[in-house]
Design a protein around this ligand. Structure first.
Ligand code: PMP
Length: 406
């Protein structure tokens, strides 16, 4: 065994509970991951010993809170290998990070007739903000489609680029199909034409080693809660040259230098993009989560999750009527499927009765549902604290549910 799962599971107290009288099997990790006790304790410690607002106070607690908050920024900087800590902007999550770029980059750099490239397998969070700015600026959204294996083609991508392309925004890993996209190639091709690239890393930050310097992406976004951290905190990494050139997204306290009724001047990075009191405990909790991941080793996590994926896929396809959506050669530990004509909600609700938590529905990717002409999917997404035995429980559950419904 690559990981000491028994030891790891002791760090996640929530996994010990029973749901509907059955041992909980938590396979909704792509929606949000569970939190290790180390993160929970860091939050507890913050509110029992360190709580204060940051950056403004000269007093003891404010200085501790400020130091912890800024140390968290450096932990994140190192985790994704950004060159400068002020290239790390704290946000509420991936959604806010993408909205920030779409709105602020859009205001500055996108004009009438320009084009924005996204893919057909984006989460709504990486579609709608671009649609809104495109409408405002009379720009055009170009969509890179995916093929029968749920893969995008580099040749098709090259064809979509025109002299009008202003930005490419694409996910690293699809939350519905599990596809790991060839982002390095996409970035290289785009940069040859001086087009910046935003990577939606919501599904990749906790599964793949991220090195923004090596990737050379211009923006990279992720959410704390999908990487063992708290909800309400997220990250936007942006290259200094772009962040400096972009106007503020929100305004108010923390982000100003001087204010008079005639004119306001803004602080430099990262504060220019962090208006108002941030999620201080969230940032500290996220840094703890990253330390936890580092202590286990992200390469080992990836290897183990890949074994879970292979095992689950093999077992799932042995079920009669099973159709798995997303068979990319490079795939993350996500299995989305339907069985015969059974509605995904029915399977989800009955699996819950057996203690198995899966997600059902459009998974915030309605264009993917339209691509396949289906109402929804059942998604089981795995994390490194899951076990092969839990997959067996889900498979037995699916077989029982199938018998009941057919
Ligand atoms: N992009 C992808 C690929 C996602 O999976 C998600 C969350 N499901 C998001 C964006 C949005 O993340 P959040 O809700 O944390 O902002």
């Amino acid at each position: 065994m690559i990981l000491d799962i028994i030891k790891i599971r002791k760090d996640f107290p929530i996994l010990e509970q029973k749901v509907n009288g059955k041992q909980l099997v938590y396979f909704d990790n792509a929606a949000t991951t569970q939190k290790p006790i180390q993160v929970i304790e860091a939050l507890n410690k913050f509110y029992t010993e360190q709580n204060s607002n940051i950056h403004r106070g000269v007093h003891h607690l404010s200085q501790i809170a400020t130091t912890k908050f800024e140390e968290s920024r450096i932990t994140i900087q190192k985790f994704i290998n950004a060159s400068k800590s002020h290239e790390i902007i704290f946000t509420r999550g991936t959604t806010e990070s993408i909205n920030l770029v779409a709105s602020s980059f859009g205001k500055k750099f996108i004009t009438d007739g320009d084009e924005i490239i996204i893919s057909e397998m984006e989460h709504h969070s990486n579609i709608v903000p671009w649609q809104i700015i495109a409408e405002e600026k009379k720009a055009i959204l170009r969509v890179l489609s995916f093929d029968d294996n749920a893969e995008i083609s580099i040749e098709n991508f090259k064809k979509l680029i025109t002299p009008k392309t202003k930005i490419v925004a694409i996910n690293h890993i699809s939350n519905s199909l599990g596809t790991i996209n060839p982002i390095k190639e996409i970035i290289e091709i785009s940069h040859k034409k001086s087009i910046p690239v935003l990577i939606d890393g919501a599904q990749s930050a906790s599964h793949i080693k991220i090195d923004v310097n090596d990737l050379d992406c211009d923006f990279y976004c992720f959410s704390g809660h999908k990487i063992l951290g708290p909800t309400g905190i997220g990250v936007l990494y942006g290259k200094e040259q772009f962040l400096n050139a972009m106007p503020p997204y929100q305004s108010g306290g923390e982000m100003i230098d001087t204010v008079t009724f005639e004119k306001t001047t803004f602080k430099g990075l990262p504060f220019k993009f962090e208006a108002g009191t941030p999620d201080i405990s969230g940032a500290i909790g996220l840094a703890k989560a990253i330390e936890y991941i580092k202590s286990i080793g992200i390469e080992k996590i990836a290897e183990y999750e890949n074994e879970l994926l292979n095992y689950a896929t093999e077992k799932l396809i042995s079920i009669n009527g099973m159709k798995i959506y997303g068979n990319a050669r490079q795939k993350s530990a996500i299995t989305s499927f339907n069985i015969g004509n059974i509605h995904p909600y029915d399977i989800g609700i009955l699996l819950d009765q057996l203690g198995v938590a899966v997600r059902t529905g459009h998974l915030c990717t309605q264009p993917i549902m339209n691509h396949y002409n289906i109402p929804g999917l059942i998604r089981a997404s795995y994390a490194f604290y899951n076990t092969f035995e839990e997959i067996d429980i889900m498979i037995d559950g699916i077989k029982k549910v199938k018998q009941m419904l057919e």
